[in-house]
Design a binder for this molecule. Structure first.
Ligand code: GLC
Length: 733
């Protein structure tokens, strides 16, 4: 995010004319609060309903009578820098107050959680990442940016790029999986898609990479829990995606709720100032997560709100999301000298810079005709892109007997509540979809001309109707069982101690299997699940995540063979929950897991993942051969032959891994270094080439220093982290 000299001068001039109140106002983000019976921030009201302090009915009653306070008077007084609203006309009204009624006319930056699409919802990130398609990552982000701007949102709290290895954590659904390279490529593409099309002020938004940092390493997968790790682990696993996002020019960053090694990210000067702003070069600003400054008191690092506010400001936290602590406490802190004016000026300069870069001073409003266009319906190309993204995100985990694809004309019994519920296709963090845009798997199969009869039978919650299961199994050629999780079972505050199929779904599958009819299992879920029994007993498993508004079309296309699945897992799947965290890029240990007792293994479960990172089958088959590694002064030139040995065209994600076999710190047994999507006709063979810069073959040590060390390296190429060809090479850098 670069400003011109003229823009920089504009910012400095504006800053010089601002009062201290107005400066602190820019550091204050508001969200609508519910008034009339409950005067709490809207997010708090949601929490109260979520944790049962008020019933759904009570919540509904409040919402029906409550008015939302958008803090207009504070905006008019120049005391609000940002709002969090997703209604375009409401946003125009708030902007009008800020621009035309406040003393300096500084527009609001209006943020919202547009994590995987606004109204055109594409797959949850853990699913989209399975496409390994950087161009797609960018395209969907660009679509989200345009839809955001059309609704008055000019700041997306996205991409979420937290590396995560423990699927008990519900927020694995929001990010690009366990691998730092895939996460970095995902981050870069998302930043480009959100920010780079400046052909019109309506085509780009400010990105907000989150959650900085290591939130995905929360102990025991329990959300908001403490995180602790070595500096080398932080730099090698959790920081790479943020470094990549900064290199791509991300405008803003959101700090994470968790503490890291005892210091909450919200007040962590080392993370915010030394690494993010100085080492990584963030030009824009840092915003706290919701209520996170106040939570520093609960963390036990601050005596009270004022202390938390001072610590956050000094640590480099530029904007306060939702606590009013900056608004209420910072002025006194500046007047007492505990917070220098220079700290305030730096924060405000960063915030104003993003607003200028967004063009908000020239174009603060959404044109009415654009608002009306969306009220008429979604752009056809947006719907088509959602379908394409969904189709590329499906991963074929198992296809014994090639039961898939199903031939049209075969009688299908479609089983499972999730299959018929279009309200469950969008997954976590999708708040603006409309029912009329969403397609269930049932509707998708019907629209695709399949001969299908639907039997709900049961789902992730409630009882299973086994008499209906029996009926479903009777009159059909093949059963398609859709099982998994509701949207509410993943996302924020959705950690689970047991990630096997919830409810009675396994029993439902057992009953279906017992019928003797072929069973095709489709997973609709927001996280890797513990599928030991399923993988052992079910012939076919198709991972379909929560694919967004066109889920039904996409799953139907894959089931019926119109689309050949090409997805590869962005996260490892365990056999049982007790294996978590489980991931492919682990150190060897001195006793790598094996059949013998005294090795790194369990008595009661496999030691390795059930389905590894990078795994995914196709309706055709691919063969790898002839891996060749040659060294030139600055890079390794790597080539591998890939052949489509099956009967239909297919796309394979060819993956390149390396291992630093012996180094001054133990290194992972494999590290993803590159990947390419390759489409081949039946019988076609191609040499796939990679260039691996030697400079990319190092690692960070416990001083945060990058090290390239001479020695033996292994280079791998293949169709998953487990199935690879390998060559060794000794290097001296
Ligand atoms: C939430 C989430 C964060 C989101 C923010 C605003 O608590 O942690 O990802 O952007 O609040 O909704």
């Amino acid at each position: 995010m670069k400003l011109t000299q003229e823009q920089k001068a504009f910012v400095e001039d504006l800053l010089s004319r601002m009062t201290l109140d107005e400066k602190i106002g820019q550091m204050n983000q508001e969200s609508p609060s519910i008034v009339g019976g409950f005067d709490v921030p809207f997010s708090e009201l949601i929490e109260m309903m979520t944790d049962g302090r008020i019933s759904q009915e009570e919540f509904g009653r409040i919402m029906s009578t409550a008015k939302q306070d958008f803090h207009e008077d504070d905006i008019r007084a120049g005391l609000v820098g940002s709002q969090m609203v997703n209604d375009p006309r409401q946003n125009n009204a708030l902007q009008k107050i800020a621009v035309e009624e406040s003393r300096l006319g500084i527009p609001l930056i209006i943020g919202f959680d547009v994590i995987h699409g606004f109204r055109s919802v594409f797959p949850i990130a853990i699913g989209e990442a399975c496409s390994f398609d950087d161009a797609l990552f960018e395209e969907t982000a660009h679509m989200a940016a345009a839809e955001s701007r059309a609704h008055g949102i000019n700041w997306n709290f996205a991409p979420m790029i937290d590396a995560a290895r423990d699927s008990r954590w519900g927020r694995v659904s929001e990010g690009p999986g366990e691998d730092p390279l895939l996460g970095s490529r995902f981050a870069r593409a998302k930043i480009r898609g959100l920010q780079n099309d400046r052909s019109s002020a309506l085509n780009y938004v400010a990105a907000c990479t989150k959650h900085y940092v290591a939130y995905g390493a929360c102990e025991s997968g329990r959300d908001y829990n403490t995180t602790s790790m070595s500096v080398s682990n932080l730099y090698n696993v959790y920081l790479p995606a943020f470094r990549a996002a900064m290199e791509e020019g991300a405008a803003t960053v959101m700090a994470a709720f968790n503490d890291l090694n005892g210091v909450p990210c919200t007040v962590n000067r080392w993370l915010l100032r030394d690494i993010l702003k100085k080492e990584f070069g963030l030009d824009g600003f840092v915003v706290s997560d919701a209520n996170a400054i106040r939570e520093c008191v609960i963390h036990g690092i601050a005596e009270d709100d004022a202390d938390a506010g001072v610590q956050a400001a000094l640590a480099g936290m530029d904007m306060d999301m939702g606590t009013h602590i900056y608004k209420d406490c910072l002025k006194a802190a500046v007047e007492q000298g505990t917070v220098p004016m220079a700290v305030i000026d730096e924060a405000v300069r960063r915030i104003l810079s993003v607003k200028v870069w967004l063009g908000l001073f020239e174009n603060p409003y959404v044109p009415e005709e654009l608002i009306e266009a969306y009220e008429k319906g979604l752009p056809a190309e947006h719907v088509a892109l959602c379908r394409k993204a969904a189709e590329e995100s499906v991963v074929l985990l198992k296809n014994e007997g090639n039961l898939l694809p199903i031939k049209r004309g075969q009688k299908i019994s479609l089983v499972g509540k999730l299959a018929g519920d279009a309200n469950e296709v969008c997954g976590a963090w999708a708040m603006a979809w409309k029912p009329e845009d969403c397609v269930s798997i049932q509707k998708g199969l019907e629209a695709a001309g399949a001969e299908v009869k639907y039997y709900p039978c049961g789902g992730p919650e409630g009882e299973i109707d086994f008499s209906e299961v029996d009926r479903a199994a009777r009159d059909c050629d093949v059963i398609v069982a859709v099982v998994g999780e509701t949207c509410a079972m993943s996302g924020e505050a959705s950690s689970k101690a047991d990630i096997s199929l919830p409810g009675g779904q396994r029993a439902m599958l057992q009953a279906l299997l017992a019928s003797g009819k072929p069973v095709v299992t489709v997973l609709m879920n927001g996280r890797p699940l513990a599928l030991g029994w399923e993988a052992e007993n079910l012939p076919v498993i198709l991972e379909a995540w929560h694919l967004g508004i066109r889920m039904g079309d996409a799953v139907a296309s894959v089931l019926l063979g119109d689309v050949n699945p090409s997805g590869k897992l962005s996260s490892s799947f365990p056999s049982v929950t007790g294996q978590c965290p489980v991931y492919y890029n682990h150190p060897s240990t001195g006793r790598p897991g094996s059949k013998s007792k005294f090795t790194s293994r369990y008595l009661d479960a496999p030691w390795d993942s059930l389905f590894p990172f990078g795994h995914g089958l196709s309706y055709t088959t691919f063969a790898y051969d002839n891996l060749v590694v040659t060294e030139n002064p600055d890079a390794l030139e790597i080539s591998v032959s890939l052949k489509n040995t099956g009967g239909r065209e297919g796309t394979e994600v060819v993956q390149l891994y390396m291992q630093d076999v012996s180094a001054s710190l133990v290194r992972p047994v494999k590290e993803l270094k590159d990947y390419q999507r390759v489409t081949l006709a039946p019988g076609e063979e191609k040499t796939v080439s990679f260039t691996l810069p030697k400079a990319a073959m190092g690692f960070y040590d416990n001083a945060g220093q990058y090290r390239l060390e001479n020695g033996l390296f292994r280079i791998f190429a293949g169709g998953s982290s487990r199935d690879c060809l390998m060559q060794e090479i000794r290097l001296a850098f």
